[in-house]
Structures are given as structure tokens and as C-alpha cells.
Design a protein around this ligand. Structure first.
Ligand code: ZN
Length: 300
């Protein structure tokens, strides 16, 4: 492996030790690597900790919510090293075109998380990473693949399934279809959440503004945006105790209140600003899905 960027010795030895372990575990599964894994520390090109598919580099760098550039988290080292190794071995799965598919990105994330979980078999992925959170995510989740949008959340749903079924890398041919680049959840679970084109349909649209497919809405300082949710029978059948709740990240900027089970009012509290938010899908108390929303105040 090659490590760029000057660091202190204890960081370097922790990183080297865990990256070496990841390399030897990977080679047991997929055979020997032919090239070095490249890791860049505190580079000016680094936007966030992670593997960059274009640069073919693993970046670790400072961020106010991350402890020591992410270098203290062995799971993150395993996960990012996995991406780099997998892309070296199977470069066709790491091209921009291939990664255009959310299912492909989610599969990459699932494989990398499952790799970390198999090396260090505990409940959580990414301890010692965030300054304000115990870990990045729990491996076990009730998230429904079809009802989340991000690659990490979708990957999380896949990994949770693999763990539940007691799979390991030893039986990877039973659960991983490399040719189709797909984790075989559909066949083994019969769960509608993993169905290829999901029958689960939920839509949340405004009743007093035009619909944005990206869920980006601009409000006026005095205006209230009304959002109305609808879902098909498949949702209610799969999740008998289904409900929707909104979560706002900047609570000083917006307030979102429920008018009834399916209608929500978004009210600005400031005259200028922007906030991300999520519609949370619950089944009883279990979080089963999430859709991001963006609310901004229009400046005249
Ligand atoms: Zn990743």
C-alpha cells in the first residue's frame, strides 16, 4: 500500500495495521491483488472521507464532525479499503456509467459494509468516527430497500438481510451474483422491499405549489407549504402500522406540523434560509424508509 500525506506515527501504524488486515482478508476471498492500494491523508482534493472511484484513491481528511480524519475507525478503514480493492479486481463495476445506477452504488456499499462486519463482527458499523455519534450505522436495520433513496441506506438494508440469513464470504456464490452485480435478496427473502421493480408506492406532493421531483421547495417568509401523502395498498399490506413523520434538521428555520395522518404544513420561522429535512416512514416504531426534502426561503 502507498500512503501519501505526512502523519504522526501512531496514526500511520493504526491505518497500516487495519488496511493490511483488510488486504489479507480480501485476498482470501478474491485472490491476490496486483497493484498497491493508495491512501491519501489530508489532501486538498478531499471533500470527505471515502474512496474516490475516479481518482482511485482512499481519502481521509479533517472535518469538524469527524474524529482525527476518520483514521481512528477500523470499520471505515476496512470499508474504504474494500472499495479500492474491489475496483482494482473488477474495474468494470467502478466506471462512471456503471455507477450511474443507484442499485449498483448500493451493492458496492453493501459489499463494503458486509466486508467490515465479517472482519469485526459486532452490532455497529463505524465506531470512533463521528464526534457526536457512537457509530455511523447499526448493521441490523428495518429499512426497506425500496423505501430509501441513498446508496448507504439501501446497502444497509441488504447487509441486514445477509446477516439475518447468517451468510458469510465463504458462501458468497449463493448470495452474490457478480455477473449481474446483485446481492440475491429477492429470491431468498420473498420480501416486496427487495423486489426489482417495487410495487410499493408512496408519494408526497404539495397541494398549494407545483410538484418538484427532487422535493425541493421554496417558500415565501409568510407562506405555508401544504404537503399531502398518499400510498398504495401494497404499502399498507407490507406495513400494517404505517405512518409518516417529518424531521427537520434546522429546527430554528422551519417547523413542520401534521394536520392529519397524511397532511403536513411546512412553516418558515426565519425570513432567509435553507434546511434539509426528511419524510420518515414508520411501521409502528420501526423506521422503514426515508425521503429527503429541501426547503428554502425565497429572497425577493
Ligand atoms: Zn462506501
Amino acid at each position: 500500500m502507498q500512503i501519501f500525506g505526512a502523519q504522526n506515527d501512531s496514526d500511520l501504524s493504526f491505518l497500516q495495521q487495519h488496511a493490511r488486515l483488510a488486504i489479507s482478508e480480501f485476498e482470501k476471498i478474491f485472490g491476490q491483488l496486483s497493484k498497491d492500494i493508495k491512501i491519501d491523508l489530508n489532501s486538498s482534493n478531499c471533500l470527505r472521507v471515502g474512496y474516490n472511484y475516479t481518482d482511485q484513491l482512499i481519502y481521509f481528511c479533517s472535518n469538524k464532525s469527524v474524529i482525527n480524519m476518520g483514521l481512528n475507525s477500523s470499520d471505515v478503514i476496512y470499508h474504504e479499503t474494500f472499495h479500492a480493492m474491489f475496483c482494482q479486481k473488477f474495474p468494470h463495476t467502478c466506471t462512471t456509467d456503471f455507477l450511474d445506477s443507484i442499485d449498483h452504488r448500493a451493492t458496492h456499499e453493501a459489499l463494503a459494509d458486509f466486508f467490515a462486519q465479517q472482519i469485526s463482527q459486532d452490532e455497529e458499523f463505524g465506531e470512533n468516527f463521528y464526534t457526536d455519534k457512537k457509530a455511523i450505522r447499526s448493521y441490523a436495520t428495518k429499512l426497506c430497500y425500496a423505501l430509501v433513496t441513498g446508496s448507504h441506506e439501501k446497502g444497509n438494508a441488504l447487509v441486514s438481510h445477509l446477516i439475518e440469513k447468517n451468510h458469510s464470504w465463504l458462501d458468497k456464490d449463493t448470495w452474490f451474483d457478480l455477473e449481474k452485480f446483485r446481492i440475491r435478496t429477492e429470491e431468498s427473502s420473498k420480501d416486496i422491499c427487495f423486489a426489482k421493480s417495487s410495487a410499493l408506492e408512496i408519494s408526497i406532493k404539495p397541494t398549494n405549489a407545483s410538484y418538484s421531483s427532487l422535493n425541493r421547495y421554496r417558500l415565501t417568509p409568510s407562506g405555508i407549504l401544504f404537503l399531502s401523502a398518499s400510498m398504495n395498498d401494497a404499502v399498507l399490506k407490507r406495513f400494517p402500522d404505517f405512518s409518516i413523520r417529518f424531521e427537520v434538521n434546522d429546527t430554528e428555520k422551519f417547523i413542520i406540523s401534521s394536520i392529519d395522518e397524511k397532511t403536513f404544513a411546512v412553516k418558515p420561522l426565519v425570513t432567509e434560509g435553507f434546511s434539509t429535512s426528511s419524510a420518515l416512514f414508520l411501521n409502528g416504531n420501526d423506521l422503514v424508509g426515508r425521503i429527503p426534502f429541501y426547503f428554502g426561503i425565497k429572497i425577493k
